[in-house]
Design a protein around this ligand. Structure first.
Ligand SMILES: [Fe+2]
Length: 291
């Protein structure tokens, strides 16, 4: 009975962002929120960086909460012409193959954002690069959210994700052209070479279900089924694919605080946390699945 109680208590949010990418929250603040939400395991999966590693190691000592090493890598399916995000879990001290690709992405991201700042300035908006850099000081790159935060502070908008955000960055907005990404197969290969579990993030939201079979051949281990943007019929399709290719199912809130959409940390959880830990341990080694 005690064993059953222990199992019931596991609630695992495997997809959270910090101020090391595009969220305003520090690692300590995220641990505080996770504790208030009654979570027992979290994975801080910042975009293209594991810069939060030391803060996470510190935080696990101060909170009754376990943390799984994670990162979310921005990739591209050239056969689908769509962005595909790969979540990697269970990295050891570093992930050299993945970090090599991420460094290229981070450099491109910041260069692209600086170009966007210039374009917005040319439209007559008061927007200072140094101010944006200060807002993004913890982050491994400058993101759209940091640009919007500067515009918010200058009184142009009341929210980061707002009609002004859509005006600049969506549809045919002046900053709607995206940066160049890396082939998703190269990302999955790098993640596997680094001894980690590779999971397709929000695969239905990313419309990448048609390439899952190919990604499995490259080494994909799992699919994120529980995500705020997935409805029941999408989850059904993901479950069928997972059954067909023997993939692990994961889940997380994709929490970005006020830099993202409303759903809160813990709103989506890993469906089978014990199975996830078991599989992660078999892929990454039992010593490396937790900080
Ligand atoms: Fe995410």
């Amino acid at each position: 009975m005690k064993e059953l109680d222990e199992k019931v208590k596991i609630s695992m949010d495997l997809h959270i962002h910090s101020h090391y990418s595009d969220s305003p929250f520090s690692i300590d603040q995220l641990f505080k929120i996770a504790t208030m939400q009654g979570l027992s395991y979290i994975a801080i999966a910042d975009h293209d960086t594991i810069k939060g590693i030391n803060d996470i190691k510190k935080a696990v000592k101060n909170y009754d909460l376990k943390a799984i090493p994670a990162i979310e890598i921005s990739a591209y399916s050239f056969s689908l012409n769509k962005k595909v995000h790969i979540l990697a879990y269970g990295y050891h001290k570093a992930m050299p193959h993945t970090e090599k690709l991420c460094n290229i992405l981070l450099e491109r991201r910041t260069r692209h954002s600086i170009m966007q700042i210039e374009m917005i300035r040319k439209q007559g908006y008061k927007l200072d690069l140094d101010e944006v850099k200060k807002i993004a000081q913890h982050s491994a790159a400058i993101y759209k959210q940091h640009i919007m935060e500067a515009l918010l502070r200058n009184g142009y908008t009341q929210k980061v994700l707002s009609p002004l955000y859509d005006y600049f960055f969506k549809n045919n907005g002046i900053c709607s052209k995206d940066m160049d990404y890396i082939d998703v197969h190269d990302v999955v290969k790098a993640v596997k070479m680094d001894g980690c579990m590779a999971v397709a993030a929000h695969p239905s939201k990313s419309s990448c279900l048609p390439v899952i079979e190919d990604l499995v051949k490259t080494g994909l281990d799992g699919l994120e089924i529980n995500h705020p943007d997935h409805n029941e019929s999408e989850q059904q399709m993901i479950r069928q694919l997972a059954d067909r290719y023997n993939l692990i199912l994961t889940g997380g809130s994709d929490f970005h605080g006020r830099y993202g959409n409303p759903p809160f940390m813990g709103c989506c959880l890993a469906p089978c946390p014990e199975l996830f830990l078991e599989k992660l341990s078999s892929i990454s080694g039992p010593q490396s699945i937790l900080f």
